[in-house]
Design a protein around this ligand. Structure first.
Ligand SMILES: *Cc1c(COP(=O)(O)O)cnc(C)c1O
Length: 420
């Protein structure tokens, strides 16, 4: 595990997977309803990372990083929203980013490495979660690459105003250009000889595995309500890191009957379910922009989990495509009928869940972002003002610092090696 966390990508450029997926004893599930988010998370974390560090260290990391709740909120009959947006940047990515930062910081120290450099490409939320998670962690420098003018003002503030060990690189290009630059950097031999590079996108196991924690926490909360079975979980998906963590939770024994991957118009996975063929496409822009992914990087992990069997995958997971039109309609109707305000990503989840749920089932959809992060969109749909939480407003006070770069890799390389 240690190597996987520090390196990010394997030497053959493939993704790391846990060697084996630990099964948890029935007693764990029996007792779960009396445990809180951190207690549950610590049990799961030790199943994966326990061999790499002392119990007390791992416990401290879990307890420090998961200092917020992931409450299950009832929306309508038998339909619950698992709110994952109560972390410091109001994104579900906070949990994974904070956990990874501390774990990596610990391994860097333990291995006596001089400095590890984290490169992360972002279209918004990943950058803010990763930058804030890694802020002030010793031995690590973070470079956030983002497309100029293509992230929201709030998001930009969340990673350009921090300073210290966080450098924001404003790229004159698209998100795909940013991602391509990061990939080129990982491939560049000369650069990798000069400095230790790693990734904080969900290809890194330490970023995506902690996302399994809150599926267990959701189940604990359902048990408190007397629900133990016939549970369906719907995950708004882009790079499929979040749902992969849920599938792993299932393999560890979490009794989820069925998963639904909710997509926006970028429905490569749904097409795969329907045809058995995986054909990546350039992404198209939608209202749920954190899910605008045309070639989900964790698809390889799903194939691996199910022995590359299309049939096994299609039995466990359903797919759904939610158009912008449907997102608007869902946000509006749900708010009117239940009083619950969805964000555009959660709206895809809610819509897909409603589409598949059957009598006798209990449904959970993951609400991955706070609606205020998409203020303009949501306000235009419901015709009411959406208040920005204090936590978000704090970020908007700082001063923006960024380095402007073109799309050319040589420019990035100069900045990374300090030659510019
Ligand atoms: C990242 C993100 C997603 C997609 O998660 P994946 O793990 O990439 O599938 C969904 N919603 C929001 C708000 C996100 O930030």
């Amino acid at each position: 595990m240690q190597e996987a966390v520090v390196k990010g990508l394997a030497s053959d450029k493939g993704l790391y997977m846990p060697e084996r997926i630990p099964a948890l004893p029935p007693s764990f599930f029996e007792n779960m309803s009396t445990m809180d988010f951190r207690e549950i998370s610590y049990e799961i974390a030790s199943a994966f990372f326990g061999e790499d560090m002392e119990t007390s260290v791992l416990k401290e990391i879990v307890y420090d990083t998961l200092s917020f709740d992931t409450p299950l909120v009832k929306v309508t009959d038998a339909v619950y929203s698992l709110e994952l947006f109560h972390g410091p940047t109001l994104a579900f990515k906070d949990a994974g980013a904070r956990f990874m930062a501390r774990l990596l910081g610990y391994f860097v120290k333990k291995q006596g490495l001089k400095q590890v450099n984290v490169l992360v490409a972002t279209s918004g939320d990943t950058g803010s979660a990763v930058a804030n998670g890694f802020l002030g962690v010793k031995g690590i420098h973070v470079y956030v690459l983002y497309p100029r003018g293509k992230v929201s003002a709030i998001q930009e503030c969340q990673f350009t105003t921090l300073g210290r060990n966080i450098t924001a690189l404003e790229i004159d290009g698209t998100f795909d250009d940013c991602q391509a630059l990061v990939k080129t950097a990982f491939m560049d031999r000369d650069l990798n000889e000069k400095m230790q590079l790693t990734s904080a996108n969900s290809i890194n196991v330490a970023r995506f595995l902690p996302q399994a924690f809150y599926y267990f926490h959701a189940y604990a909360q359902l048990r408190r309500l007397g629900v133990k079975e016939n549970i369906v979980v719907c995950v708004p998906s882009g790079n499929f890191g979040n749902i992969t963590a849920g599938l792993i939770a299932g393999k560890m024994g979490l009794p989820v009957k069925h998963f639904i991957a909710a997509n926006n118009k970028n429905d490569i996975f749904l097409q795969y379910l329907l045809t058995g063929l995986y054909s990546p496409k350039p992404s198209v822009q939608t209202l749920a922009n954190a899910m605008d992914v045309g070639d989900p990087s964790n698809f390889a992990r799903i194939l691996d989990l199910y022995g590359h069997s299309h049939q096994a995958i299609a039995e466990m997971i359903s797919g759904f495509c939610c158009t912008d039109e449907m997102i608007r309609e869902t946000v509006k109707t749900c708010y009117r009928e239940t009083g619950y305000l969805l964000d555009p990503h959660g709206a895809c989840g809610y819509r897909a869940l409603k589409n598949f749920m059957q009598a006798g089932e209990t449904g959970i959809f993951l609400e991955t972002a706070h609606p205020a992060k998409f203020k303009d969109t949501i306000e235009s749909i419901i015709g009411q003002e959406v208040e920005i939480p204090q936590k978000l407003r704090e970020f908007m006070k700082g001063e923006k610092q960024s380095i402007e770069l073109g799309k050319d890799f040589s420019e990035l390389k100069k900045v990374l090696t300090g030659e510019s």
